[in-house]
Design a protein around this ligand. Structure first.
Ligand SMILES: [Zn+2]
Length: 323
């Protein structure tokens, strides 16, 4: 095992602690950055790097788990400043030409686009490295292995470094070691079956510790994976049943929110923690992704049953937060 240190950098997204992280990995050959956060948090990221004695010029290697704005929004900035950026091959073209990515984000966020996410700069193509499953990134004397892990998005990688993993959004949202788990299931690529296949894959790795972008290290690894697995099934079944009984989108969002609020109650979260979960995992977006998944998988109808085992929906605190 090569020696390295990992520092969780708090990007203080929307002035909120423990919402979005980047990770500074210091190996024998220097620093590596895992996740860039959005453009809007670059000043915070620079301050965080300075705490450990680094300037942006010291960062020559940047790995992003996927290309969503909260994970890779500043990757173009890093590439323009000379860093080599490593990304899933499906996502790579969108870092070089972010116009499509930005157009779809603009439709979702409207006027909030700039204040929330800041600038998303185009990366020079010779600084973008497209990764396939199993590719090894050698940086700073360390070896990061890219694990193709779709489910949250098709362009999602988990990175293995020795016996730990940077899990992006595959491991969900679990802020600052709290018991409460939420899953980001956004449109257009959220896919239950792909997420499950990816979970099976990462569980086989028997990681000793996970680093969640939202937010920080998780040490009860197997229990955490079990929670993710049951919650993804619960979310999917809940929305499937709502669709089957003919509920409209807004009604589903309202009922999904009630259900999630009951889980937050059961886990004893205060208002401040709830706001933090909301800022990185809004209900409307989760429901939109779940609806889209079912509509593209098969049109729900009373006669139709999906290839999912029935899972208990649970009243009050659901599984997924109790593992
Ligand atoms: Zn995210």
């Amino acid at each position: 095992m090569t020696s390295f240190e990992i520092h969780t950098l708090d990007l203080r997204f929307q002035d909120s602690p423990e919402a979005i992280a980047a990770f500074l990995v210091v190996g024998p050959g220097g620093p590596v950055l895992v996740e860039t956060g959005p453009g809007s948090t670059l000043p915070t990221l620079e301050r965080e790097l300075a705490r450990f004695g680094f300037t942006p010029a010291d960062i020559q290697h940047v790995l992003v788990t996927h290309i969503h704005l909260d994970h890779a929004g500043a990757s173009g900035w890093w590439a323009q400043h000379g860093a080599q950026v490593y990304v899933h091959q499906v996502g790579a073209p969108h870092l070089v030409d972010p116009s499509k990515l930005l157009a779809s984000a603009q439709r979702i966020y409207g006027d909030l686009m700039q204040p929330l996410w800041g600038e998303f700069l185009a990366a020079p193509p010779d600084h973008i490295h497209a990764l396939h499953d199993g590719d090894v990134v050698e940086a700073a004397g360390l070896k990061f292995t890219a694990l193709d892990t779709p489910g949250h998005a098709r362009h999602h990688m988990v990175y293995r470094l020795d016996d730990i993993a940077f899990t992006g959004d595959l491991a969900g949202i679990r802020l600052g070691g709290r018991p409460h788990l939420r899953l980001p299931t956004p449109p257009p690529e959220f896919d239950v079956e792909e997420w499950r296949v990816s979970l099976k894959r990462v569980r086989a790795e028997k990681f000793a510790r996970l680093y969640l972008t939202h937010f920080g290290p998780v040490d009860d690894v197997e229990a955490h994976w079990q929670s993710v697995e049951s919650l993804v099934g619960e979310y999917a079944n809940f929305v499937r049943q709502e669709l089957e009984r003919g509920a409209g989108r807004d009604e589903i969002v309202a009922r999904f929110s009630e259900r999630e609020e009951r889980r937050l109650d059961a886990d004893g979260l205060d208002a401040e923690a709830r706001a933090r979960y909301a800022s990185v995992g809004p209900y409307g977006m989760a429901v939109d992704g779940l609806i889209r998944y079912w509509k593209k998988t098969s049109p729900p109808s009373p006669a139709w049953r999906p290839p999912l085992p029935p899972l208990p929906l649970g009243e009050g605190g659901g599984a997924g937060s109790e593992g």
